[in-house]
Design a protein around this ligand. Structure first.
Ligand code: NAD
Ligand code: ZN
Length: 246
């Protein structure tokens, strides 16, 4: 819808500080399924709420490394799509300050964005549950490929885990920074999130102005100043054209 795109571009230009909040939906066009759209292959036979939980990680690490961990690894080969690339360009040109992401797929980094707050962790690193030693996720992967399931810390023998936030985990410091970033921001643009995961879904409630770009409904649609129900890659590309024309 042309007029919504124009309105959104105008709102971005009129705002001194703009932050973006992304969710799994921005990465579906890179082939990574989200959790809540119907018919998504990857999680079809596995419940992510369970497979990616601290309960399974601590009580049944073998199951965790055979199921949940494989889902995480499957994300690491994906490439950024138009949506990620446009956001990196919008940051470079000063239209947005940065990105708060619930995603763990590393695609904002791969697209070249600089200021990224990963409120649910990432799939680059893991750490030891006992001594806190940080290692690359590839170290965990290498150990598993050699049959070391579950993988153990070289320093102390403790259980290694991915630095991804699971159901039951505390949020990392990035969430506190995100919380403060929203306080003095004029506009938050939510992209590809159903906004059903707490406490991240409190962020849009604090925003002075809100744009939502999401295929399906979100928990905050009635608070949105502009709600665009279309795929984020195409919408972001059109907004960018509108921002940079003449
Ligand atoms: P969600 O699955 O709850 O919601 C995704 C939303 O994106 C849906 O409402 C859907 O309608 C919409 N969507 C799908 N494709 C779209 C597109 N091309 N353009 C615009 N919208 C589109 O996702 P969430 O709110 O991020 O919550 C899921 C949680 O699971 C997150 O906390 C995240 O950590 C994790 N997760 C991450 C990834 C990833 O890193 N790529 C993937 C799946 C789940
Ligand atoms: Zn250790």
């Amino acid at each position: 819808n042309k007029s919504l795109i124009e309105k959104a571009a105008r709102m971005i230009k009129d705002s001194a500080k703009v932050m973006v909040l992304t969710g799994a939906g921005i990465s579906t066009e890179s082939g990574i399924p989200d959790f809540r759209s119907p018919n998504t292959g990857l999680w079809e036979n596995i419940d992510p709420m369970e497979a990616l939980s601290t309960a399974v990680l601590y009580n049944d690490p073998n199951k965790f490394y055979k199921e949940g961990f494989q889902m995480l690894l499957s994300m690491t080969n994906a490439e950024p799509n138009k949506g990620h690339l446009v956001l990196a360009e919008m940051e470079r040109l000063g239209y947005i300050k940065g990105i708060i992401t619930q995603n763990i797929d590393n695609l904002h980094h791969k697209a070249g964005s600089k200021y990224i707050l990963e409120v649910h962790g990432n799939t680059r690193e893991g750490s030891c549950l006992d001594c806190g030693e940080i290692v690359g996720l590839n170290v965990l992967e290498g150990k598993i490929n050699k049959g070391e399931i579950p993988p153990k810390c070289e320093k102390c023998g403790g259980l290694l885990r991915p630095n991804v936030v699971f159901f039951g985990d505390m949020l990392p410091e990035d969430f506190n920074i995100a919380w403060e970033e929203i306080d003095d921001c004029d506009l938050l643009i939510v992209i590809g999130s159903s906004l059903s995961v707490s406490p991240v879904n409190y962020l849009p409630q604090k925003a002075k102005k809100l744009i939502i770009i999401n295929v399906g409904p979100t928990m905050m649609d009635n608070h949105g100043d502009i709600v665009i129900r279309e795929k984020s890659g195409m919408v972001l590309e059109e907004i960018f054209k509108e921002l940079t024309k003449n």
